[in-house]
Design a protein around this ligand. Structure first.
Ligand code: CP
Length: 366
């Protein structure tokens, strides 16, 4: 059975290190991998816009000697006629060897992985996860700083809806000596579950602030993010917050000489173009790293065909069709035939999470 990548937590630290080592080997020895996936097909199923993720996946597969098919918007697929993610995954399994899926609904790639007979890679699901961006970020940080541990990492911008931020915190909290400075307006702070169930669980120190300039001098990494218009229900709220942070050369005078500036891109105005020539600006090198780490991931997943798929038989302590997910972006609220499944987090206190989108719910029998 195929192995998929839905969350960065699907990968252990040794597996992350192995992917980074493989990506570095691909960078050093591209000819060695030029036919590594010859005869294999990647399906890129993109229900939401993308430049980097889709095209770097496609470039990655082509440079591995494979080929690519797919769609770049939901309207050009049968999703526009009401086809479910599960049916799409079953059908694409007949045509391709591996899927990369981006979807606006939290949990959609998880549904695909449960129904496909080929590996599924989450290429971004709603405001939830973006594990291949995190792999890209980890490769970039390891190449720029020479390590992934003992770093002070500033995350700035939309930390509430920023799926790249959530996945990066989940990954880097597992490395020793990492400390986060979470820089955001009050309205866009990191969700509680990331604080309590990720950083607190790993005893990862963090502080929250709205002041980018005050935080700059202590940072080894500054990870800037866009305020995402598409995640706001209220357009006035977006207008009010969209210019919260703009990084300029003047502000950077306060930063360390070797601080690395990352951004998953696209940017709007949160990094002035005047910063681009600063040697600390890594975001275009980061985009290139995205292609190499996706080459490593495709190569590895196509080798691992004997791993268990996510089971559809749920453990006895899961709640099935007991709680209705209240997250409007959850795939279960669009595709009504999906079971509502909650797993226990702290069952003594009745705390559960949606298996698809991780929305928290409180439930007690009486
Ligand atoms: N970083 C990122 O996911 O970019 P795209 O939306 O262009 O794929």
């Amino acid at each position: 059975m195929p192995r998929s990548l839905i969350s960065i937590l699907d990968l252990s630290i040794p597996e992350l290190d192995d992917l980074i080592a493989t990506a570095n080997d691909i960078i050093e020895n591209p000819a060695k991998y030029a036919e590594a996936c010859k005869g294999k097909k990647l399906a890129t199923l993109f229900y939401e816009p993308s430049t980097r993720t889709r095209l770097s996946f496609e470039a990655a597969m082509l440079e591995l000697g494979g080929s690519v098919l797919g769609f770049s918007e939901a309207t050009s697929s049968s999703a526009s006629k009401g086809e479910s993610v599960a049916d799409t995954a079953k059908v694409i399994s007949c045509y391709a060897d591996i899927i990369a899926m981006r979807h606006p609904r939290d949990g959609a790639p998880f549904v695909a992985a449960q129904n496909a007979t080929i590996p599924v890679i989450n290429a971004g699901d709603g405001g939830h996860n973006h594990p291949t961006q995190t792999l890209t970020d980890l490769l970039t940080i390891s190449r720029e700083k020479g390590r992934l541990d003992h770093l002070t990492v500033g995350l700035c911008g939309d930390l509430k809806y920023g799926r790249t931020v959530h996945s990066l915190i989940e990954a880097m909290s597992r490395y020793e000596g990492v400390r986060f400075v979470l820089i955001s307006p009050e309205e866009l702070k990191v969700p509680d579950y990331i604080k309590y169930e990720v950083m607190d669980k790993h005893a990862t120190p963090y502080e929250e602030t709205a002041d980018l300039e005050a935080a700059l001098p202590e940072l080894d990494i500054l990870y800037m993010t866009r305020i995402q218009r598409e995640r706001f229900a209220d357009p006035y709220e977006y207008e009010r917050l969209k210019d919260s942070y703009v990084l300029t050369p003047e502000k950077l005078e306060r930063a360390k000489a070797d601080m690395a500036i990352l951004h998953p891109l696209p940017r709007v105005n949160e990094i002035s173009v005047r910063v681009d020539d600063d040697p600390r600006a890594c975001y275009f090198r980061q985009a290139l790293c995205g292609k190499y780490i996706r080459m490593a991931l495709i190569y590895k997943l196509l080798q691992e065909t004997d791993q268990p798929s996510p089971s559809k038989i749920h453990p006895a302590d899961y709640l099935v069709n007991v709680i209705q997910c209240k997250n409007p972006r959850c795939i279960t609220n669009v595709e009504q035939e999906l079971d509502q499944v909650y797993y226990p987090v702290n069952p003594e206190h009745g705390i559960y999470r949606c298996l698809y989108c991780e929305e928290k719910a409180k439930y007690t029998e009486n």
